[in-house]
Design a protein around this ligand. Structure first.
Ligand SMILES: [Zn+2]
Length: 488
């Protein structure tokens, strides 16, 4: 007995030793370094031009009837007159009337072009929340080093920063070796069908294949990941797809004074509960595995121990991450019941109760995989699944994070920010890159400005703002991206 206990103790001690040793080895990997590049800019003037951009109410509404063409036309004209150096050096094509595609020809036509892009349409301010803003959303106020207003994060700051970057370069006599495209979309918030999709077709029609594109996406995270001290830049290399399914419960109907034990509504409720209890399988693999592996190396000992010993703790880690909405969205296709309908009258039993469920498709799954999973979970004699016309949108391809375009963005960030952690990431929302990505060997989604947890409510919400300093860092990074990316 004593022998058994001794050897059991020995095994335990060995296990602890392995776990601790692996934890101690799970430290930050050498990040590339780059010499800081100092660029002198008139930050106040740049901020003033973003403020002007904010004053155009270029709002994308759900209903096309609400489209205010004068505001969009005004913005297109403002860009042309405010940035004369670009107007003089580049040829401009308007697509869908309001999306601006600028082409700056490179000196070496044999090189594949690159594309920088951002969108200038914004989402509406929810009626009734205007007074919650510390500065009016379309006034373009600058106060104490902060520019306030709709679009200052998503995504007019990127439009203006790209315009400022190319202008600053052109003023120093810059000429790209590689052709540079700049595209400023007008309908990203409603799918980019008339803007980005038309740009992609326009390029494809001319047999132009981009080496890479850079669109909005993730940001430089400042204090966003628990325990991670350094600035953390997850450059998104893929974006999720989307499919919306109707879950339909069937029943006999009749008068509500004489209901069966369970109506269509009750049957539907059970089906939805089953669906929520059986999420689409996911896991800490591929892109998500890579991102969490990098981030965890900067975390406190406890977290590091778990991630360093995934052979032992993987199940626990995945369970924990699945309980955090943001992390769960990185691991799997998500399930979100959003709309319900039943009977048309209070005293009529429904013959059909319908739940609309939106799934955001992870690159690990196809749309068909998701539909198959949902059918296997909910379908029976009284429940069926309706697939919409068109079938849904697949996740994007995963771009290569060892390719030159990724390295350019990474290097430009290091030159601007100094020490920061760079890793590939996954975009859990959609962007115009679902279109641009079709004509690019690699499509990256990243804004080179910082965001803090405090900024998050600004995206599509209230009190959207950016600091003058943060905007200027974006301009500097884009300047380096253009320099490095076009080979000059
Ligand atoms: Zn956006």
């Amino acid at each position: 007995m004593k022998k058994i206990l001794l050897s059991l103790g020995g095994v335990l001690a060995l296990l602890v030793a392995i776990v601790v040793a692996r934890t101690l080895l799970h430290t930050p990997e050498a990040q590339g370094n780059a010499e800081r590049v100092v660029i002198d800019l008139d930050e106040g003037a740049i901020a003033g031009r973003l403020a002007e951009a904010v004053r155009f109410r270029t709002v994308s509404h759900q209903s096309p009837a609400d489209f205010d063409s004068a505001e969009f036309r005004g913005f297109v004209d403002w860009v042309a007159s405010r940035y004369p150096a670009l107007t003089a050096s580049a040829e401009r094509t308007l697509l869908g009337d309001y999306t601006m595609l600028y082409r700056l020809p490179g000196s070496d036509p044999s090189l594949q072009p690159v594309l920088l892009t951002a969108h200038y349409d914004v989402v509406p301010v929810i009626p009734g929340t205007e007074s919650d803003w510390q500065a009016p959303p379309f006034a373009g106020e600058i106060r104490d080093g902060i520019i306030w207003g709709r679009g200052t994060l998503d995504d007019k700051s990127a439009v203006v920063a790209q315009l400022e970057a190319i202008t600053a370069l052109l003023k120093t006599g810059f000429r790209p070796e590689r052709t540079l495209y700049l595209s400023f979309g007008h309908d990203e918030e409603v799918g980019g069908v008339d803007g980005a999709a038309a740009v992609a077709r326009h390029l494809a029609d001319q047999d132009i294949r981009l080496a890479w594109s850079l669109d909005e996406g993730s940001f430089v995270f400042d204090g966003m990941l628990p325990g991670v001290e350094p600035l953390f830049a997850a450059i998104n290399v893929a974006e999720k797809g989307s499919v919306t399914l109707d879950i339909v419960a069937h029943a006999a109907g009749g008068h509500s004074s004489m209901p069966p034990r369970q109506t269509a509504v009750g049957i539907l409720a059970e089906a939805i509960t089953r669906l929520e209890d059986n999420p689409v399988p996911g896991g800490l693999t591929g892109l998500s595995g890579q991102m969490f592996d990098t981030a965890s190396r900067y975390m406190p000992f406890g977290y590091r121990m778990l991630f360093a010993n995934r052979w032992l703790f993987n199940h626990m880690i995945e369970t924990q991450l699945s309980n955090v909405p943001f992390a769960n969205a990185m691991l799997r296709t998500t399930t979100a019941p959003t709309m319900l309908s039943g009977s048309v009258k209070t005293n009529v039993l429904p013959i059909e109760a319908v739940a609309t469920v939106n799934f955001r498709v992870h690159p690990r799954d196809t749309v068909e995989d998701v539909i198959r999973h949902v059918r296997s979970v909910v379908e029976n004699d009284s429940v069926s699944v309706r697939v919409p016309d068109g079938g849904g949108l697949a996740a994007s391809e995963v771009s290569d994070w060892n390719s030159p375009g990724f390295r350019v963005v990474e290097q430009a960030l290091r030159q601007t920010y100094g020490d920061l952690v760079v890793t590939p990431g996954l975009m859990i929302a959609g962007s115009d890159s679902r279109h641009y990505g079709k004509v690019a060997d690699n499509a990256f989604r990243f804004n080179p400005m910082t965001v803090t947890p405090d900024d998050l409510t600004g995206f599509h919400g209230t009190n959207e703002k950016i600091s003058v300093e943060n905007l200027a860092r974006g301009v500097r990074t884009y300047m380096q991206i253009i320099r490095l990316g076009t080979g000059s």
